[in-house]
Design a protein around this ligand. Sequence first.
Ligand code: HEM
Length: 318
Amino acid sequence: MLTHTDGPRHTELRQLVNRAFTPRAVARLEPYIRSVIRQSLDEALEQGEVDFVDTVALLPVASIAALLGVPQEDWALLLRLTTAAFGSADQDLQTSPSARASAAMAHAQLLLYCQDLMSQRRASPREDIVTSLVEAQDKGLLDEEGAMLFFDLLLLGGNETTRHGAVGSLIALMEHPEQWQRLRADRGLLNTAVGEVLRYVSPSQHVLRRAERDVELHGVRIEAGQDVAIWHFSANRDERAFADADRFDIARAHNPHLALGSGPHYCLGAALATMELRLFLDELCERVGSAVMIEPPVRLASTVISGYKHLRVRLLPA
Ligand code: HEM
């Protein structure tokens, strides 16, 4: 898989789908993603009390589904299957064998769904990622399993990360109402706000690497062959890199955060993720004036995703 490959093969795999993830390509989805966010927020405003983790669930799934080429009538199915297959990072959800079994079943269904969609695209190609995966197989660059795992990776990579980025944004803004009001008054700050939310929330907790050679970093010696975990939350609060690192500042201009990784494996979906979060913040500011916490948020017990299982809130209209 892309994430577990280095060197020329990694470049080759990224090139298969790169075109779909450029800022220009994802910008075409903007009106549609905005409408998904509007609908979710309007429903939440109407309902009164909501679990905000559910409110934003459709946003990442619908966005990536559109790029992959999954027909709209199947998005609800995809949301259900991805939630069951990948939403089980929390130990609570993993202890029961039936939860594990249902996750495995949902995962298998997703792969079969991809297989079906690929045969449809083989018969009638379209401008979407699934068609690119079919073409890659025809050129001998991927086998069928590799193509299915690519589909899987794209669904997984863009799902919980973005969802918890949005949930974490709301919590950060609730905890810093003056910053929320500042953003409402000046949407010119949306881009720096997205960077700050990514830094402050750090939805992806870490990346793992193996050292290729001996290296010394800040007085710590890492030997060739040693496994290293890079904790984003720690790096993103490094006072040597960020002025007043613990402060949430939506106008932070110098923000070299590592929330989307770095180097050759830098997040493939970065342009999509930042657009989703920008539109989310924009629509939140447009429609929601403030929010009240009904219960303390319940954290997801996970070393992979920094997020919440539940966030019960009442949104108040702008
Ligand atoms: C706020 C949302 C997101 C965060 C915080 C995030 C974070 C990351 C990080 C830290 C990495 C680097 C992994 C590593 O170096 O081992 C990464 C890679 C990746 N991301 Fe994202 N991501 C987000 C959204 C997305 C979206 C929307 C997609 C779309 C499909 C996506 C797809 C990927 C893929 C495929 C990779 C692997 C790239 C490679 O190995 O070359 N991500 N992401």
